[in-house]
Design a protein around this ligand. Structure first.
Ligand SMILES: Cc1cc2nc3c(=O)[nH]c(=O)nc-3n(C[C@H](O)[C@H](O)[C@H](O)COP(=O)(O)OP(=O)(O)OC[C@H]3O[C@@H](n4cnc5c(N)ncnc54)[C@H](O)[C@@H]3O)c2cc1C
Length: 423
């Protein structure tokens, strides 16, 4: 079969006919900009609370990162908890972790059983770090009551038959899903709760107008008491206070043909501990969904499928020569501090963005937090004040981030080569 740039998720989800673009003037309690998981969850929760909600999506629902990601759902943030703790102290870090856990619980509750594809997440070390991973696991148990299980190198290799791996941690409560079908299901539930959703409706401006906000597209407008910006890295010009703090970072996925293999012997999701490592899982009929590589370029590299296959075979040469049937790129949004940006600007416009590579639970968390802030005046969003939007230095910031990823890759390679030269 010829490699396809359509995602495997698009090939295995059913979209109804695209919603019509906004072409009229509407009034609503809340207007949401962006139809990824952050926008859809906020929309659903507000509609369930009885508010009138209009959601405007530039393209198709879930066409951004939300419908094309790895599908791993686990507690925490893109920034590791040790770093969160260093920034805000243990008590505040615990409160943040509990919020992230609510996001995981939400996805577990809302995802259709048929769209949940497996349980557990294994994080494996690619070098013998002399108990470092085990100590990290113990700290996660002690500080955050996270359930996990430690596997020795032998136990790890029973599951992941590669000499590249050493010890690992299993997060048994994590799980993995079909993210696009999940997005579309959230949208269907929001519509049932009377939310109005428009696709192919890029928002071009959002400003205060008297006691309301006026949100405009090329052919229509919405007046609303509240506006929530959930556009991640692809619509940064609409809400500048959050947009200028977000950098686009690309990562890539390939999906093989159905395989019979003995290399990956687990239905849990897998990632390694490298700073810019691989993440993968078995999906239907024994296909491998393999993700990895991180760059700040926004277009996919040439020969993407071939490159991803080389990464896969570097870990599992026994896979032979599997056909790659789908490969694609996706753009994440990152703040420089790597924590989500959730809050309200001086004018009163809400934002929820920059979930980085850990967005499945944190977008759900943000939707819950912002819906209860708007409906009940709940101030949990203030937990994110220490991670306020800061200018990300535009193009210079992207170059800086690219440089730091290269540096991470060099460090990762050095750690692994130290090991191979000492064995
Ligand atoms: C390849 C890949 C793998 C990943 N793997 C994982 C994983 O395994 N686990 C995990 O937790 N996270 C993962 N992530 C991260 C996660 O997917 C994201 O953090 C999350 O989906 C972000 O959701 P979002 O709603 O903020 O952004 P998006 O999904 O990008 O949605 C933003 C939406 O806003 C729309 N928009 C932009 N501008 C406008 C405008 N002007 N008007 C109207 N709409 C606009 C866009 O079209 C888009 O639909 C991965 C990401 C990628 C790319």
């Amino acid at each position: 079969m010829i490699e396809s740039f359509e995602t495997w998720y698009e090939a295995t989800a059913t979209r109804s006919t695209a919603a019509l673009p906004l072409s009229q003037k509407l009034k609503a309690d809340v207007c949401i900009v962006g139809g990824g998981l952050a926008g859809l969850t906020t929309c659903l929760e507000l509609a369930r609370a009885g508010l009138s909600v209009v959601l405007l999506e530039k393209s198709l629902l879930g066409s951004g990162a939300s419908g094309r990601n790895g599908g791993f759902v686990s507690n925490g943030f893109a920034l590791g908890m040790e770093d969160v703790e260093r920034h805000v102290g243990l008590d505040a870090a615990r409160a943040l972790y509990d919020l992230s856990r609510k996001g995981t619980d939400y996805v577990r509750r809302e995802v259709a059983p048929t769209d949940k594809m497996g349980d557990g997440w294994i994080v494996a070390s690619r070098h013998d770090d002399h108990g470092g991973l085990k100590a990290h696991g113990q700290a996660m148990q002690q500080h955050y009551a996270e359930e996990l299980q430690h596997f020795s190198t032998d136990e790890t290799r029973q599951r992941l038959a590669s000499p590249r791996y050493f010890e690992s941690l299993l997060y048994p409560k994590a799980f993995h899903i079909h993210p696009l079908r999940y997005c579309l299901a959230l949208a269907a539930k929001a519509r049932l709760a009377d939310a109005i959703i428009f696709e192919n409706s890029p928002v071009i401006s959002s400003q205060k107008s008297g006691s309301e906000f006026l949100i405009k597209t090329a052919h229509g407008e919405v007046r609303a008491r509240h506006v929530v910006h959930c556009v991640s890295s692809t619509g940064r010009a609409v809400h500048k206070p959050s947009g200028r703090a977000v950098l686009p970072v690309a990562t890539y996925i390939a999906v093989t043909e159905p395989l019979e293999q003995n290399s990956i012997n687990t239905h849990s999701a897998i990632a390694d501990t490298r700073r810019a490592g691989d993440y993968y899982r078995l999906i239907d009929q024994g296909r491998i969904l393999w993700g990895g590589r991180i760059t700040t370029r926004v277009s996919p590299p040439s020969r993407l499928a071939w490159r991803m296959k080389q990464d896969m075979l570097a870990t599992y040469p026994a896979l032979g020569d599997p056909k790659i049937e789908h490969s694609w790129a996706g753009l994440m949004g990152y703040a420089l501090h790597k924590m989500p940006l959730i809050g309200r600007d001086a004018e009163g416009q809400w934002f929820a963005t920059a979930f980085g590579g850990h967005g499945l639970n944190t977008t759900a968390m943000a939707g819950l937090i912002l819906a209860s802030a708007i409906v009940d005046g709940d101030d949990s969003y203030r937990r994110f004040v220490p991670f306020a939007p800061q200018w990300a230095f535009g193009q210079l910031g992207r170059l800086g981030v690219q440089g730091s990823y290269w540096l991470m890759q060099i460090k990762d390679k050095r750690d692994e080569s130290r090991l191979f030269s000492s064995t």
